[in-house]
Design a protein around this ligand. Structure first.
Ligand SMILES: Cc1ncc(COP(=O)(O)O)c(C=O)c1O
Length: 225
């Protein structure tokens, strides 16, 4: 067989050696040894019982992590931003309104995703050092009547943790869904999806979960379905 006429030659890729960095930020974090071991396991065919067993384990793990009995849980193959896009674009349609409770940079990312999708947006803010009171959010829900409220639980850009307890009930009182970013908070501080009546939530594996980047666990409530 003749070799094809390649216009791009094979690159010279050197075997790069890295000194292990000291990771002290909110993420990426060092991998847990059990994660390193799991990542060295063989690739399975997509049509074998072993793989379905692993998928069941992933589902149970996500339900435990978010503390939800919802069956609509999945691990999206992408970073936390893809989880953000997944819950916003699946729960808010173009021309519907998304209320963004903004106290750092992450709601600005959500804002740009929503705008690109043709979703109407209303932003309410508190200073970067503060978190939202339920009274503030109730006032906005009453005034805006959005399809959903988006809020960040642990905010890595400001170092604050937002109280979510009580917020789901409030959103539902005004016919809105509650969407929560838990990228840095999950496995660091408690999060109770069902008890707090959260409708759409996502996280990322490279933060307090001490896994690799590139996986975004996501969950939807029965109301969101
Ligand atoms: C609170 C928060 N939300 C979202 C993200 C985005 O996650 P990712 O980098 O996995 O896309 C980050 C990343 O640092 C974050 O800290």
């Amino acid at each position: 067989m003749t070799s094809p006429n390649l216009t791009v030659p094979a690159p010279t890729i050197t075997d790069r050696h890295f000194v292990k960095p000291l990771l002290c930020g909110p993420g990426p974090s060092d991998l847990l040894p059990s994660v390193v071991e799991a990542m060295s396991k063989p690739i399975l065919t997509p049509i074998c019982d072993e793989l379905f067993n692993v998928l069941d384990d992933i589902r149970s793990g996500i339900q435990y992590m978010f503390q939800t009995r919802s069956k609509t849980v999945l691990a999206v193959s992408g970073s936390g931003h893809l989880g953000m896009e997944t819950i916003i674009t699946n729960l808010v349609a173009p021309n519907e309104t998304l209320l963004l409770a903004s106290r750092g940079i992450w709601e600005e990312r959500a804002l740009s995703i929503a705008k690109r999708r043709g979703i109407k947006t209303v932003v309410t803010k508190v200073p970067f050092t503060a978190t939202f009171s339920l009274e503030h959010l109730e006032r906005m829900l009453k005034k805006v009547r959005p399809t959903a409220l988006f809020i960040t639980h642990g905010d890595s850009s400001t170092g604050t943790v937002q109280k979510i307890e009580g917020l789901g009930k409030l959103c539902h009182k005004y016919g809105a869904l509650l969407l929560v970013d838990t990228v840095v908070s999950i496995a660091a501080v408690p999060f109770l999806m069902d008890e707090w009546e959260v409708d759409g939530v996502y996280t990322s594996t490279q933060k307090a979960l001490s896994g690799p980047p590139g996986i975004s666990p996501v969950a939807f409530s029965a109301k969101a379905e």
